[in-house]
Design a protein around this ligand. Sequence first.
Ligand SMILES: [Zn+2]
Length: 362
Amino acid sequence: MPERAAFSSTYVEARGRFIDAARANGARVFEYRDPKDKGPAGESLCLDIAVAGPEDAERVLVAASGTHGIEGFAGSAAQTAWFLGGGAQRLPKKTAMVFFHALNPWGFAHKARGTEENVDLNRNFVDHAQPYPANPGYAEVHPIVTPETWDDATQAALFRRLDELRAKVGEKAFSTAFNGGQFSHADGIYFGGQREQWANYAFREAVLKHVAHAKRAAIIDLHTGIGPWMEHIYLCFHAEGSAARKRARDWWGERAVNLEGVTHKALADYQGVLIDAFAAMLPKAEVTCIVVEFGTLERKEIQRANMAGRWLKYHGARHPALARSVHEQFCEAFYPRDAQWRAAVLEQSREILDRGIAGIGR
Ligand SMILES: [Zn+2]
């Protein structure tokens, strides 16, 4: 499978491959450059957009990578492989495929989940002029998930405390407290930020420029982590009974809406999510949104990786040897090296994108 070459080991490499594949297949490429932050080798950080099909297409399908930085390696490979596999040549009339490459390029380049300011971009799409949504449950989570050391005993103890908290408050309240998003603790986990991130601004600029003209628009936000190894799961946030939710089911099947494979026992009430911002920006269009997660490790290990990522940011520099191995495990949780896992991402993403294109063309 020549598309195997779509997987990269650095942001620079992924970006280059994506742009080359897009241009070689007749797509137009646009860049939104972060004016301030740089990558670890001093490289520029950009949200890159590739438009295949007519620029003024009535139907626009967006597939986005890198909302959570490091997760962008898999999404980037899916995007590049779509071009290498002749996707642009199979597009129906009046339909454009628009790829958003590296939504959080700082996190992608630094192999982290959040932005330079420790912000989860997928919780940052709130109205920053208004009081932030409260997440009172997080105050109890914070001291548990922010240890200064990261040894086995510390981890065992914090999981015991998390289990006790879950038993006390129940699954739903626990999920909302843990990962629904919080705006009160800047050095915590799932921090939504106390200002709009550049990546948030760039995303909205790109939606206005490349999507806002569409009569029918859709977004597939590609992630990794949640879900069974080598499989993918869907998260659909459209309201029960809505036309948008029905479209998601028609396009991707029953599992687009029934949480098949999702290992959370109860989903959080999320704040500031990117696909919700996408829908809100396109009031005149018919909009369909879906999150796809390519599964890696079991839920507890993903939680461990998220807490490890936070430890690395705030305490890793003081423990360089430990930090190196923790970072390696962190990367495996969101971008596994395993060749079969990577082949599965390509095979499954191709079908997911094809279904999106067929759906929006109906
Ligand atoms: Zn993610």
